[in-house]
Design a protein around this ligand. Sequence first.
Ligand code: 5GP
Length: 207
Amino acid sequence: MRRKGILIIVSGFSGAGKGTLVKRLTEEYDDYALSISATTRRPRPGEADGREYFFLQKEQFEQKIAENGLIEYACYCDNYYGTPREYVERQLDAGKDVILEIEIQGALKVKKQYQDALLVFVMPPSAEELRRRLVGRGTETEEVIEKRMCRAAKEAEGIEEYEYIVVNDDLETCVRKLHDLITAAHNTPGRNREFIENIRTGLEGEK
Ligand code: 5GP
């Protein structure tokens, strides 16, 4: 039986460490393809076009929307962010598990289109730890930290839309947990409909 790829959505609060988590996961295991999003926000120092994001002008992004070239898109803090369709579909067809690291509005749009998608929410061990991490980064002003904490409080209301939470306490443990979750997800009946139908057909004459 050929293994079908699963679309995996990883969301989480700013500061929960989801970026590092998915990066480690894809480095450690060959089974995953990481989707690169398009965005209209400016590159941060050290970011490269086509590596962290495809950095587009607003008009180029709107053109992509018009061409149906994005699976989903959302506006986040005055910028567009979206998932290019072609890469995702090609990788899924090739049997790869594709990871989208996206925020909650986009996650819910994907869930409507891909019923078999696996939705995972990355949590910090506590709210205090989240604040500590945001402060510890040293890259954000007090005002931005407050904004992100406020957004976290709002996003926390939508966590039940996700199938699983993973707590990012120790990074390596969290990477393994996420990999185990995905491995288990491959074995649900809903994600093996064709195989189950084949067995049923083979058993038809036995009734
Ligand atoms: P940042 O600007 O910090 O890189 O990302 C801001 C937020 O946008 C993060 O929560 C990130 O997960 C989310 N994001 C990144 N790419 C996409 C995307 O393609 N679609 C959606 N809906 N959100 C995205």
